[in-house]
Design a protein around this ligand. Structure first.
Ligand code: ZN
Length: 308
C-alpha cells in the first residue's frame, strides 16, 4: 500500500490495530454467551458495527467524526462508563472511515481493510488480505447500511477478482455491480474478424470498422461519423468468458431449499458447487443482518431515551 493510501486509511484506523495477544477478559466465553445489552454494547465482542454507529450518532451526533481514535475511545469510556472490546475499536474506526471519506468506494486497499474491520478482523496494513465471499457479502451489506454509494470500476474489478479466485461466476446483490468484470464480455466482428473486450465503456461497435482510429485525432476514442452513417461496425457477435446464467439459475433454485432438502439437491456439477458457495456467503450476510435486528430490538428502549 502506498504511503498516501496508508495515511488515508489511518485516518480511519490510526494506531488502533489490536495487540496480537488477546486480552484475558476476551478469552472468557462468558461475554459472548451473554446477550447484548446497553451496558455491554461497547464491551461485547459481537456488537454489530451499525449498532455501534447508532449509539455514537445518538450520543455525540456528528461531533465524533473528526476526533482522533484516542479521544474518541476516551470519550466513549467516560460517557458510557465502559471498556471497549478491541474488535469493537476496529468496527468503530471502519464505520468512521465510511462516514468521513469516500475511499471505500474508490480505492481497493481501503475497501479491503474496511471490509475486514467491519467483520472484526484486524487489518494488516502491509499485506494484501482479500476477504472470502461470506465476509465480502456481509461487509458490503454492512457498509451499505451505514452509507450507500456506487462503487467505481476499481472496486468492481477487485470484487470480481475475489469471485474468480473462488471460481464463482455469478454475483447476486449486494455485489451485482461487479458482474460485468466477472463475466468479461467480448465481441467479435463478422466483417473484419477483430475480437476485443466489451467491458464498459464499450458502445456496441467494432472499433476498427467504426473508424475509431481514422479520425484526425485518433486517440479521441470516438467513431468516425462517416462510417456510422454507412452503418459500419455493427456486425458483431457478443459472448462472455464466464457465463453467469447457469449459476444464477441454480442459486435461485437451491436458495429456496434448506436443511436436508438443500444438501441432497446439490449435485457434483460446477454450477451447483458455485451456487452452494453463494448460499454460504449470503446466509452469513443474512445471519449478520438478523444479528443487527436482534441487537437493535434489545437496545430499542435505550436508543430511544432522550440524550442524557
Ligand atoms: Zn470490424
Amino acid at each position: 500500500m502506498s504511503k498516501r493510501l496508508e495515511d488515508k486509511f489511518y485516518e480511519g484506523l490510526r494506531g488502533e490495530i489490536p495487540e496480537p495477544v488477546v486480552k484475558e477478559a476476551e478469552v472468557s466465553p462468558a461475554p459472548v454467551a451473554k446477550p447484548l445489552s446497553s451496558r455491554s454494547l461497547f464491551s461485547h465482542p459481537d456488537t454489530h458495527p451499525v449498532a455501534l454507529d447508532l449509539a455514537l450518532l445518538k450520543h455525540f451526533q456528528l461531533d465524533w467524526f473528526p476526533w482522533l481514535p484516542e479521544t474518541l475511545f476516551y470519550e466513549i469510556e467516560q460517557t458510557f462508563k465502559t471498556s471497549i472490546a478491541e474488535t469493537n475499536k476496529l468496527k468503530i474506526m471502519a464505520v468512521k472511515t465510511l462516514h468521513v471519506i469516500d475511499a471505500f468506494w474508490e480505492e481497493w486497499e481501503i475497501f479491503e481493510k474496511t471490509v475486514q474491520a467491519l467483520n472484526g478482523v484486524p487489518p494488516l496494513i502491509t499485506t494484501m488480505q482479500p476477504p472470502d465471499l461470506p465476509f465480502l457479502f456481509a461487509g458490503v451489506d454492512m457498509a451499505n447500511a451505514i452509507r450507500k454509494e456506487d462503487c467505481n470500476d476499481e472496486i468492481a474489478r477487485y470484487c470480481a477478482a475475489i469471485f474468480l479466485h473462488e471460481e464463482v461466476y455469478y454475483a447476486p446483490e449486494p455485489l451485482a455491480f461487479c458482474q460485468p468484470y466477472i463475466s468479461q464480455p467480448t465481441y467479435c466482428c463478422k466483417d473484419c474478424d477483430k475480437c476485443g473486450s466489451a467491458l464498459p465503456p464499450f458502445d456496441g461497435l467494432c472499433t476498427s470498422c467504426a473508424g475509431y482510429y481514422t479520425d484526425d485525432k485518433p486517440f479521441n476514442l470516438k467513431p468516425d461519423p462517416e462510417a456510422l452513417k454507412l452503418g459500419r461496425g455493427r456486425n458483431i457477435t457478443l459472448s462472455q468468458k464466464y457465463d453467469s446464467g447457469p449459476v444464477k439459475t441454480r442459486f435461485e433454485e437451491l436458495n429456496k431449499l434448506s436443511g436436508n432438502h438443500l444438501v441432497s439437491a446439490i449435485r457434483e456439477v460446477p454450477e451447483d458447487i458455485q451456487a452452494a458457495k453463494l448460499i454460504t456467503a449470503t446466509d452469513f450476510q443474512n445471519y449478520r443482518a438478523q444479528q443487527l435486528k436482534d441487537q437493535l430490538s434489545a437496545l430499542r428502549g435505550w436508543l430511544e431515551m432522550p440524550h442524557a
